[in-house]
Ligand binder design. Structure first.
Ligand SMILES: Nc1ncnc2c1ncn2[C@@H]1O[C@H](COP(=O)(O)OP(=O)(O)OP(=O)(O)O)[C@@H](O)[C@H]1O
Length: 388
């Protein structure tokens, strides 16, 4: 066509370039076929996940009338205060009350615990026992607000002087915040519960990606990016933040952010001081869940607990990977820090560190009787690990 003069030479060049362009575009689909199909599969799966979430939310909303109510109440309103408004010294602070709690499994609605009522005051260290599958962990999940299938009422008593997030009694008709009113996505996560004086330690603690310092500061100071004020000296003793004072300067409910010295001291307190020399410094980064044994991770979780110093902690087999001497040491540490604990565990040695036991038996579907018993534990030591 060029030689017969029908087209110019430039048109041939243009055609070649256009053809190459089109070929490149089609080849992209051929070469990237695997990634495109993987992408489409991911989108499909996310779509299905979204549908499941939507259906569970709508199911959840339709079942609002039959669920566990979790609320926070100002403990000062449950006490008879001194004439100057202070809390009487010998008056034990109520931390938690459970009223007529019936716990069911989410899917089959099988009853796990029937009509449980109990009150936990400060220093009432409760051990929850029972056969495997009886519902011990489920009870802790319900207390942590992670499980609401069933009925009954759980109330945490918090001191609003420690927590500016908690509205004062005058802001609430019944001096109470009921999270069952916050259902549509506004239910607070368990981490926020920490700021109200409650902490949850699972059997396998969550190890954050980051430095050893970040591990220790999690979750209480996880979102706090301000640098450490290592120059600031503790007010009294090496662990001034363990005195339970809130950070009044920041107006926050969290204890003062620990200094490097505090972090080193708390590692010593949970018998983990040796990991500092092993891993270099507090600012070393490792895949902590791989380089630390489960027992070391559990001790690290107790270090977090000692730094945060909540009023109440829920321990779900949190010392299962530890030897008995270390277990006894950690329980002594948290008791000395004034933390009240509710533990789930199977070991006989746990009785030593608690003063009440809640024994749950496997619920009989054909019987409407309660399947639990509360007993006090004699203070006589069964084992003595203090010499170890
Ligand atoms: N998400 C869930 N959906 C349905 N059923 C569940 C769920 N989680 C737990 N269950 C069931 O609830 C029952 C109680 O479980 P839970 O973990 O509370 O028992 P447990 O007493 O702590 O047992 P263990 O001592 O073995 O840890 C079990 O039969 C379990 O299969």
């Amino acid at each position: 066509m060029y030689f017969s003069g029908k087209i110019e030479f430039g048109v041939i060049n243009q055609s070649v370039s256009a053809f190459n362009h089109i070929l490149g575009d089609f080849s992209l689909i051929v070469y990237q076929f695997q990634s495109i199909s993987a992408f489409s599969a991911i989108i499909d799966r996310l779509g299905e996940f979204d549908d499941v979430l939507d259906s569970s939310i709508s199911k959840h909303l339709s079942e609002l009338s039959e669920e566990i109510s979790l609320s926070y109440c100002n403990f000062r309103n449950s006490l008879v205060l001194e004439s100057n408004g202070s809390v009487p010294v010998d008056n034990c602070q109520k931390l938690l009350s459970i009223e007529n709690l019936t716990l069911q499994t989410p899917t089959s609605k099988a009853t796990l615990i029937r009509d449980l009522s109990l009150v936990i005051n400060e220093k009432d260290h409760l051990l929850v026992t029972g056969p495997s599958g009886s519902g011990k962990t489920s009870l802790l999940r319900a207390l942590a607000g992670l499980w609401n299938v069933g009925r009954g009422k759980i109330t945490f008593y918090v001191d609003d002087a420690d927590d500016p997030q908690l509205p004062t009694s005058s802001e609430l008709p019944a001096n109470e915040i009921n999270t069952s009113h916050e259902k549509a996505g506004e239910l607070e996560g368990p981490i926020n519960r920490n700021s109200r004086g409650l902490f949850f330690l699972p059997q396998r603690p969550y190890m954050v990606l980051g430095t050893l310092r970040q591990q220790l500061l999690y979750p209480t100071w996880a979102d706090d990016t301000t640098p450490m004020s290592d120059g600031a000296k503790p007010v009294a003793g090496s662990l001034s933040f363990l005195m339970g004072k809130s950070n009044s300067e920041n107006g926050g409910a969290k204890p003062n952010k620990p200094t490097t010295d505090d972090l080193i001291q708390v590692l010593e307190n949970v018998r983990l001081g040796y990991i500092l020399s092993r891993f270099g410094s507090l600012d070393s980064t490792y895949e902590w869940s791989s380089v630390l044994s489960l027992g070391e991770q559990q001790r690290l979780a107790f270090a977090r607990l000692l730094l945060s110093k909540p009023k109440l902690v829920l321990l779900d087999e949190s010392t299962s990977a530890l030897d008995e001497a270390n277990e006894a040491h950690l329980y002594r540490q948290i008791e000395a820090a004034g933390i009240t604990y509710v533990s789930v565990g199977h070991r006989r040695t746990l009785y030593e560190h608690h003063n009440m036991t809640l024994r749950i038996s496997t619920a009989d579907p054909n019987c409407n009787k309660r399947n639990w018993d509360i007993e006090s534990i004699s203070s006589k030591p069964m084992y003595d690990f203090s010499s170890q």
